[in-house]
Design a protein around this ligand. Sequence first.
Ligand code: ADP
Ligand code: MG
Length: 241
Amino acid sequence: MLLTCTEVRKTFGDAVVLDGLDLTVDEHEVIALIGASGSGKSTLLRCVNLLTEIDDGTIMLDGEDITDPRVNPDVVRRKIGLVFQSYNLFPHMTVLDNITLAPTKVRQRPAAEAKAQAMEWLDRVGLADKAGSYPDRLSGGQQQRVAIVRALVNSPRLLLLDEVTSALDPELVGEVLTMIRDLKGDGMTMVLATHEMGFARQVADRVAFLDKGRVLEQGPPAQVLGDPVEARTRQFLARII
Ligand code: ADP
Ligand code: MG
């Protein structure tokens, strides 16, 4: 197992947001997290990336308990890429500088090497000609693909994608989904929170339905999305499709 979340609990004040959540992710597996707004999807991804501290439970990454207080969060975060709904590129930096910032400044990799790797990725996703551009010259879909490349150049073991197409105009969603599909083809392990049920069905190996801070139901996409066992899953799907 690459990732094992066991009885993860997270509260904000009186609100129990993750309520003893269990989730495992195998290497090369793609998991789609679905669930109503407020069900805890983003909080879970933030907890896995150690941006949010859990109250109870454990999160194991690659055999290591990353919720152990002795663990260095920066070391863990290098193994986990997290991309948000809003692409969060630095507006005053070029595409290339956005991508090479962490590898050169945080990981102290030689600039030429970081640049070569960034260009390789940009080329692969068809954005090599944008390397010297500032983010505001790019479409939302292009910016989001750059944000994903920025996560990929750290060679993460695990990529977490939080509603990465939700802020995009409909005609730009496809290019980002294609990129995610290609990453799956590469064997990238991914957990993606998404409202795109069609995409979840196509790309996910497993769909997990979050309800009130727990995984209420999970299984192959066709089963969870097409013939869910739980009444609450059915209600959720009836509302959004
Ligand atoms: P989802 O991504 O499934 O929509 P979230 O994880 O964003 O759900 O939110 C789950 C619940 O946790 C919501 O009720 C939200 O208001 C609450 N929440 C999330 N982050 C915080 C925070 N930093 N402080 C207080 N409440 C929060
Ligand atoms: Mg969310």
